[in-house]
Design a protein around this ligand. Structure first.
Ligand code: HEM
Length: 555
């Protein structure tokens, strides 16, 4: 190997000679050798980067850099077209659990898991040790305030208890059935029917978001915002809400001090977030004002008859014996809008997109529906075999294959793709991962649906049959299928959501075919819920009545 030091010192000595030709030659040699030294340094640094990167990647799944930790990889991962896939790939390589090391100056350290044993530990067995925690509340606080999604302890318990009584009441079930009948038959189907004659495709996700927004406002606040109507008018609230959930998620992957400085200076994404939250607040305040006015004009008897959640909360008192503040009622409204609007609508969008790729599943759904309505006397006589058909609640309940297909869509595209907890006291996961007090724990529900060790080799296949035993729908453990969360914080709207999704899907499939526009890009957006980034542009076609007759004959 060349000894550079010797060569350079001999070149320097010769360069001090008096002969001009020698000086010229030697100084060029010196210049060359000095550059070789620079090159050597550069090669050494590059080699270090590559070796370090490979070694760290092997040990940690991603390279860890001094001071900045895994930040470069995180930034690359988040900029991919589907960051959830990037995360899934790392988790698969790391046997399902992985520790992310953020920059030393940030709060981005987190354990991410997909292991069902860890999920059961986190969500049920050691529930009190894993609250949402102050980091989560701080990050989502501007949008969600003290509402149920970010709350812990008594604030959470009180909301959970009140909402749970409400959601399990007979009045609520009746409201569910009535509101869906109205929304689907007087609004959704006419909008779809209208679109058939239009030259342009419609954004199906937008239509479904309007439907679920109207629906959650009807059942939770007793108001009907009327977003789903012919012409699909612009709804500024909807855009503001979507942006607010997206920008709130971005805070989770931005160093806290950075987004707080941006918020303080009112610049960039934080400025837009503030404006969006203002629009959300205005909507919620309006709802509360209207409700208060209506309640003040009603007799005590009538007030008691009100079955919406907002009226129930308005009638309650806080720990000081005072009625809840308007700010707290606003938080309740915003949290329920997020829970009810952005979950079943996006789940239905992914469901219809999958259905198109698996026509045999659509056929089985149609066959099941026709078999069930075929039990009606009038249908046996050959009547009522045409769309539109008003499904009865017990018929919807009996559609088990449809329930399996919707669960399969949620397994692959969970409406809440990633969720968050914080460790109170040092703990250890069943898989051996050590959890220090204050550690953030994320569970990637999206990745869980794509783990071979959980769902088998065909985990990426849309296969409703995996939910059936002897033709009956069989639910899975909440720690394996975590789309509705599990343990004491299991989704309160699960039964409502299944009824709603089944009713909507059955009514559409019975009457129409939904076809995605050719080459329309479909990918998830990084937000609190699993929106399709570019919506779902579709054309709607009326289903031929003779086709339905064929299904009646099959059965
Ligand atoms: C496909 C539809 C739905 C899915 C996949 C879903 C999923 C979830 C998930 C994952 C959570 C846990 C969130 C967390 O703790 O961070 C949750 C909680 C909750 N969901 Fe749902 N949800 C759906 C529909 C609904 C609907 C329609 C409502 C109400 C109208 C609702 C009401 C709630 C409430 C109130 C909570 C909070 C429970 C608590 O923290 O105690 N959900 N849901």
């Amino acid at each position: 190997m060349i000894n550079l030091s010797n060569l350079i010192s001999s070149a320097s000595a010769s360069a001090s000679s008096n002969d001009p030709a020698t000086v010229n030659f030697m100084s060029r040699r010196l210049f060359f050798l000095q550059h070789i030294r620079f090159l050597e340094l550069f090669v050494a640094v590059a080699a270090f980067v590559v070796i370090h990167s490979v070694r760290q990647k092997k040990n940690h799944g991603l390279p860890v850099w001094p001071v900045i930790g895994m930040l470069p990889s995180l930034l690359v991962g988040l900029s991919t077209h589907n960051a959830y896939e990037w995360l899934t790939e790392i988790l698969s390589r790391q046997n399902g659990t992985y520790t992310f090391i953020g920059p030393s100056f940030s709060s981005l350290n987190a354990v991410v898991t997909t292991d069902p044993r860890n999920l059961e530990h986190l969500l049920k067995s050691r529930f009190p040790n894993f609250p949402k925690g102050p980091f989560f509340r701080d990050t989502v606080g501007d949008l969600l305030g003290d509402g149920i999604f970010g709350a812990d302890d008594e604030i959470w318990q009180r909301q959970r208890k009140t909402a749970s009584i409400e959601f399990h009441s007979a009045k609520f079930r009746q409201l569910t059935v009535e509101s869906l009948l109205e929304l689907v038959h007087s609004r959704l189907l006419p909008v779809l029917e209208n679109s058939i004659d239009q030259p342009l495709p419609i954004d199906f996700q937008d239509v479904l978001l309007r439907l679920t927004f109207d629906n959650v406002c009807m059942i939770a606040f007793g108001v009907d915002p009327g977003c789903l109507r012919p012409g699909l008018p612009e709804i500024p609230f909807a855009q503001a809400f979507e942006y607010a959930t997206e920008a709130t998620l971005q805070r989770f992957v931005t160093p806290t001090s950075l987004w707080k400085i941006m918020r303080y200076l009112n610049i960039g994404k934080e400025k837009k977030l503030k404006m969006s939250i203002k629009a959300v607040d205005e909507f919620a305040e309006n709802v509360i004002r209207k409700r208060r006015k209506e309640l003040s004009m009603q007799s005590e008897d009538k007030k008691l008859q009100r079955s919406d959640l907002l009226s129930v909360f308005m009638g309650l008192k806080d720990e000081q014996g005072q009625p809840f503040s308007d700010k707290f009622l606003r938080d309740i409204c915003v949290n329920f809008i997020l829970a009810g609007r952005d979950t079943s609508s996006v789940a239905l969008s992914w469901f219809f997109w999958e259905l198109e790729k698996y026509p045999e599943v659509e056929e089985r759904i149609l066959a099941e529906m026709c078999r069930i309505v075929g039990e009606r006397e009038e249908v046996k006589r050959g009547e009522c075999r045409k769309s539109p058909l008003i499904f009865r609640p017990e018929e919807i309940k009996n559609m088990e294959y449809l329930q399996a297909a919707l669960s399969e869509a949620l397994r692959l595209y969970p409406s809440v793709p990633v969720d968050h907890k914080e460790v109170v006291e040092d703990d250890i996961f069943p898989d051996g991962t050590v959890l220090k007090r204050g550690t953030k724990v994320l569970y990637s529900i999206y990745s869980m649906g794509r783990m071979e060790n959980i769902w088998g080799k065909d985990c990426r296949k849309f296969k409703p049959e995996r939910w059936l035993r002897d033709g009956r729908f069989m639910s899975e453990s909440a720690y394996k299928f975590t789309a509705f969360n599990g343990g004491p914080r299991l989704c309160l709207g699960k039964d409502f959501a299944y009824y709603q999704m089944k009713y909507v899907a059955a009514s559409i499939i019975y009457g129409y075919r939904v076809k995605t526009v050719k080459n329309h890009p479909v990918e998830p957006k990084l937000a609190l819920t699993m929106y399709m980034r570019h919506g779902l542009k579709v054309n709607i076609y009326r289903r031929d009545d003779s086709e339905l007759q064929r299904y009646f004959k099959i059965e």
